[in-house]
Design a protein around this ligand. Structure first.
Ligand SMILES: C[S@@+](CC[C@H](N)C(=O)[O-])C[C@H]1O[C@@H](n2cnc3c(N)ncnc32)[C@H](O)[C@@H]1O
Length: 257
């Protein structure tokens, strides 16, 4: 899980990029949040301490919540109305706008940092970077964060191999990297340990919120989830009760020139 980008057709990519809304409530309930250390590391990439921050592709507000807890003034932008409804319900005090990465509904040079959680792969990278650089003040920072399964743990690696998107292990290290862009200094990368408290049932519910499962035909989706449930029931680490799902968060940050 956690790897939602694979060399797929334009059509399937578009289908997957817009697949989340139908599962917005499940997404809010079952996707992991982000570690504070990763958010602080991202913020520290700006030339001066950020005050106004954009959470782009904010979804149901998982990353928005952590940013708000840092005392920042946060604007959320998200194109899916059902995801946005969840976010507005969870964070009623936040400015939450309908918009895309390629056309952000904010003034030029109006924010000090732009965060993107688990979503940059859905963007049209070059136009999105140009648009993100427009809304960022010079010296501001773009931060992309990715929640990945910790594949150094055997049961997690096996689970990911069986039920993750077919991109496999190398994707996190390569495709998630921020592409070069003339308006940004070269990017930096860091990793952070994280975890999510799960049961076998709730981990299957998490799997069900991933785009490669959401976009599958209903029989295929049911078969994936049934087999995942059987796998977890058969492993001593996950068979009964609660356990920690180990996560590695990879962050990239690049300063606006
Ligand atoms: C995996 S979710 C991540 C949501 C949230 N950032 C989080 O970490 O939980 C990906 C989000 O990207 C949004 N998205 C897809 N294409 C987009 C685009 N071109 N511009 C902005 N958001 C987009 C989807 O609607 C979805 O809410």
């Amino acid at each position: 899980m956690g790897n939602e980008s694979t060399p797929i057709s334009h059509e399937l990519r578009a289908k997957r990029a817009t697949s989340f809304g139908g599962a917005a409530a499940a997404y809010a309930a079952h996707r992991p949040d982000y570690p504070i250390a990763a958010v602080r590391w991202g913020l520290s990439g700006a030339a001066k301490a950020p005050v106004n921050v954009l959470d782009l592709a904010a979804g149901t507000g998982k990353l928005t919540t952590t940013l708000v807890e840092q005392g920042l003034t946060v604007t959320a932008v998200e194109p899916d109305e059902q995801m946005l409804a969840q976010l507005r319900h969870a964070l009623p005090g936040i400015t939450a706008l309908d918009g895309h990465a390629e056309r952000i509904p904010l003034e030029t040079a109006s924010v000090d940092a732009v965060f993107v959680g688990q979503a940059f792969h859905w963007f049209d990278a070059e136009p999105a970077l140009t648009e993100i650089s427009r809304v960022l003040r010079p010296g501001g920072v773009l931060v992309t964060l990715w929640n990945y399964d910790d594949l150094s743990v055997p049961w997690v690696a096996e689970f990911g191999e069986l039920f993750g998107a077919p991109t496999g292990r190398t994707w996190a290290a390569s495709a998630a990297r921020l592409p070069d862009h003339p308006n940004f200094a070269p990017s930096e990368q860091e990793t952070f340990r994280h975890k999510q408290r799960r049961t076998a049932e709730s981990l299957v519910a998490t799997l069900a919120t991933h785009s490669h499962v959401l976009a599958a035909a209903s029989e295929e989706r049911a078969a994936i989830l049934r087999t995942a449930q059987e796998f977890l029931a058969g492993r001593p680490e996950t068979a009964s009760g609660e356990f920690d799902r180990p996560i590695v968060v990879t962050g990239f940050r690049a300063r606006r020139r």
